[in-house]
Design a protein around this ligand. Structure first.
Ligand code: PEP
Ligand code: MN
Length: 338
């Protein structure tokens, strides 16, 4: 249920209502909107709950939430969520761009590419230090050493650091270095990991599992939101289909479809979505035209020597040209890049 407080309800009244909701055995999520505060009451609803809450003087109305994903739903919060950290702004009228290599490989590599993507207009730096690789024999990442290099790159450029966390055991370590915690596609339904990042207050970039439905994707986000972390970004990175010409199939209808249902910002990853560097710029343009709130792109100083995902990585020059194209498309749809 959504308990809509009256516009003049004070913080004390809201807290009293939170206690009331909790006494009913429900979990209360306070969402402060521009005009009024609402409390999303999640859990098993019993007969009479709605009437009792509705009878409280400071409550304007109580409405049931139809969607399975209660806190992520637009029914709970109609206005868009904007995620902001360290100059990275994703949502509303801003299209944030997170760029960088698939993996952190060396100090020289990450510092060089960080400066290059910053100069071209990126506002976030990506780079995997703990890598989920299909083969156990592939490069697994520089681990904590890689995190230290990302922090150094942030110090030099001011870019927000976006990096993947693969296990609940690493969440505390990642929090010491990262500005955004990335949950990889393979871990979208690792519920203990989702809850662990939900307990932090760092923004989370949640990638869609390659075979997950949108409903499953939103319910995965709900695991994070349910722990009280409201800073969640949904990332479409392509799904597995019968098609083999691209690495995955990138469905851009995900963008408007999600915008109709959730207030959470939507980020597109055309690098993993296509697996082919030449397809990345046009898909970036299409994603912005479709209304996405952010892009995450793989850029490597020398893609032919990349230790992972070289075929889909842009050169710094190609990234810079892509940013010029994206700026024009963003302007055409009334948004600002960066
Ligand atoms: C990545 O971002 O490098 C990555 C592993 O992506 P995904 O989880 O979408 O496969
Ligand atoms: Mn990658």
């Amino acid at each position: 249920m959504i308990v809509v407080m009256k516009p003049n309800a004070t913080e004390e009244m809201v807290q009293a209502m939170v206690r009331r909701v909790e006494e009913m055995g429900l979990k209360a999520h306070v969402i402060v909107g521009e005009e009024r505060t609402v409390i999303a009451a999640a859990g098993i609803k019993r007969d009479g709950h709605q009437e009792v809450l509705e009878s409280c003087a400071e409550v304007e109305k109580v409405v049931p939430i139809v969607a399975a994903y209660k806190v992520a739903s637009k029914e709970t919060k109609p206005e868009p969520t904007i995620v902001t950290t360290h100059g990275l702004k994703i949502g509303g009228s801003h299209v944030g761009v997170i760029a960088g290599p698939c993996s952190v490989e060396s100090e020289e590599q990450i510092l060089q590419v960080a400066h290059q993507v910053k100069a071209a207009g990126a506002t976030g730096l990506r780079g995997g230090a703990f890598k989920p690789r299909t083969s156990p024999y592939s490069f697994q990442g520089m681990k904590e050493e890689g995190l230290k290099l990302l922090a150094l790159a942030r110090e030099e450029t001011g870019l927000a650091v976006v990096t993947e966390v693969m296990t609940p055991n690493h969440v505390d370590l990642l929090c010491q270095y990262a500005d955004v915690l990335q949950i990889g596609a393979r871990n979208m339904q690792n519920y203990h990991l989702l809850q662990a990042v939900g307990e932090t207050r760092l923004p989370v970039l949640l990638k869609r599992g390659p075979s997950a439905t949108i409903e499953e994707f939103l319910l995965a986000a709900e695991y994070i939101l349910d722990q009280g972390n409201q800073q969640v970004m949904l990332c479409e990175r392509g799904v597995r289909t019968f098609e083999t010409h691209t690495r995955f199939t990138l469905p851009l209808a995900t963008v408007p479809y999600l915008h109709e249902r959730t207030h959470l910002p939507v980020v597109i990853d055309p690098s993993h979505g296509t697996g082919i560097a030449s397809l990345v710029p046009p898909m970036c343009a299409a994603a912005i035209a479709a209304g996405c709130d952010g892009l995450i792109l793989e850029v490597h100083p020398d893609p032919s020597r990349a230790m992972s995902d070289g075929a889909q990585s842009l050169t710094p020059d190609a990234f810079s040209q892509t940013m010029d194209l994206c700026r024009k498309v963003a302007a055409a749809v009334g948004k600002e890049l960066g």
